[in-house]
Ligand binder design. Sequence first.
Ligand code: HEM
Length: 402
Amino acid sequence: MTSSDQYLRLGPEFYADPHADYAWLREERPVARVITPLGNPVWLITRYDDARGALTDPTLHKDSEEFRQLMEARYGPGRRTFEDAINAHMLSADPPSHTRLRKLVGKAFTGRAIAALRPRIEQIAAELLDAMEAGPDRVDLLDAYAVPLPITVICELLGVPKDDRDDFRSWSNTILQFGDEETHTAAGAAMARYLTDLVDARREHAGDDMLGAIVQASEDTDQLSRHEAISMAFLLLVAGHETTVNLIGTGTFALLRHPEQLAALRADPALVPGAVEEFLRWDGPVHLATVRFTTEPTVIGGVDIPPDEVVLVSLSAANRDPHRYPDADTLDVRRQASSHLAFGHGIHHCLGAALARLEGEVAFTRLLERFPALALDAEPDELTWRPSTLIRGLDRLPVRLR
Ligand code: HEM
């Protein structure tokens, strides 16, 4: 991170180890002006109390025409077209739209509804582990396990054909990270087309899965427009896997670098649910871009923020705030960390939190059980992180299974 008088710039070294920069920011500039890799200035919030407060601050909004125009000015109408096509979802909506959209699918994500998925999640994990057991000793754990597990779960839940997984996995990867703008826009457009076709094809035979229910609701446009149905499918598909992949991937990486923590989990698997919370706190999948917009003058952490500004709440920085968590940089699977902000807070608190927790619990329990000698197959500093301000995740995770 480089600093000028007023701004900080998030560069490539930031992705490799954001926690060092976060520590500095929390201490020196808890409400900082930062230039993102997109080139736009934003306010970055890094302390736990400020972050939690900002996430429930009614003067901070999700829906902003100003921001859409800014993106269009910078990237041209192509990007605007695809983003508009898939952006009418709850995560970029304010009440009352947010309330209506969330309610439509909320029932499917309650603790009880999700608990009923446990046998199927166990089965998917077991099938992946069987395949790993029958295959080579050295694998990329992301490819073999951390990616296919949540993707299969969310595809089945929504009713999205499994054969299309590779396509939307690659589009969604491209959309969520910074790279060549043309590739980015093309991936977005392909994803928007795919989802539009998927939703439209369901108009004939809705089916009894979640996508069917969404399409049926969109038959009654008072409930949901076609545009909102497509956006809902986009959000659930992308939020439903990009994050959980990294809970499993980064969590496993953390364990393999902390043998005493790994030994504690192996000795007492009942610690796994608590360990999942600690992985989320210590290096969670959504690190920076929990975005909000000011529509009126606002004060955060004693700093005046004018209207029409972008505010990013760094959940990862907040989760390592030493004022909230003693020894915050230490990974401790016995820590009671459930008050972390890795799933956000307030009305946009992650709808899929119960599902992600269950997938994490099953994934870690069964992986450790099946491969007692699991080990990292690279030097930790050889591994690279995805160049994204939204998702924190490894590019690959080479392991030896036996
Ligand atoms: C919202 C994190 C898994 C669906 C959020 C937010 C965070 C988050 C931080 C709030 C963002 C904000 O306030 O700006 C995570 C993490 C996950 C995970 C860390 C895995 C470990 C899932 C899964 C689904 C899901 C499996 C399933 C479909 C959603 C949805 C929202 C959301 C629909 C929007 C909620 C709203 O706007 O009311 N998630 N998520 N997430 N998440 Fe997750």
